[in-house]
Design a protein. Structure first.
Length: 167
């Protein structure tokens, strides 16, 4: 039997995604997701616990996450667990376990607590996703398109000759 490392969480982003690039230009985006768990204890009182997860996305998925995700947004993350270790500047060995995202679905609007009927997946851009992308991008991200001046004024009564069209 093969080994299996699969994680699926549904929660709210705890912070806006942080986009970085590796020295060779590979995009990487990291963010946090909080998941809540509720249960009743032996005396019937409702208890609640919150678990915080570190998520990292690479490549095109990282760029999409940076565009459509923001703090408070309900998000479904599929991926695998990965633990990495390094030595800090103070010489202390540190470790971090995170979810390496393979698929992400942004649900609802930022801060919305109820899961809607429709999903805005990373692969298919729904109108809501496109709206979020447009709102979040700045003039630096998108070059403005200059409108071409209309050299000739069109007359609505004038017929169009198909031979006059250059393509």
């Amino acid at each position: 039997m093969r080994d299996f490392n699969k994680v699926i969480i549904l929660g709210n982003l705890t912070r806006d995604p942080e986009m970085r690039y590796t020295p060779n230009g590979q995009p990487v985006c990291s963010f946090g997701v909080a998941t809540n768990r509720r249960w009743n204890d032996a005396s019937g009182n409702t208890q609640e616990a919150v678990e915080f997860h570190n998520v990292v996305a690479w490549g095109k998925l990282a760029e999409i996450c940076n565009q459509i995700l923001n703090k408070g947004r309900k998000t479904l993350v599929e991926g695998r667990l990965q633990t990495r270790s390094w030595e800090g500047q103070d010489g202390v060995k540190r470790t971090k376990t995170e979810i390496v995202a393979e698929n992400i679905s942004a649900l609802g609007a930022a801060g919305e607590r109820n899961v809607p009927d429709a999903e805005a997946g990373a692969a298919d851009q729904s109108p809501e996703t496109e709206e979020k992308t447009e709102k979040k991008s700045s003039s630096k991200d998108k070059p403005e398109k200059a409108e071409k001046p209309n050299k000739t004024k069109s007359n609505p009564d004038e017929e169009i000759n198909l031979d006059d069209i250059p393509f």
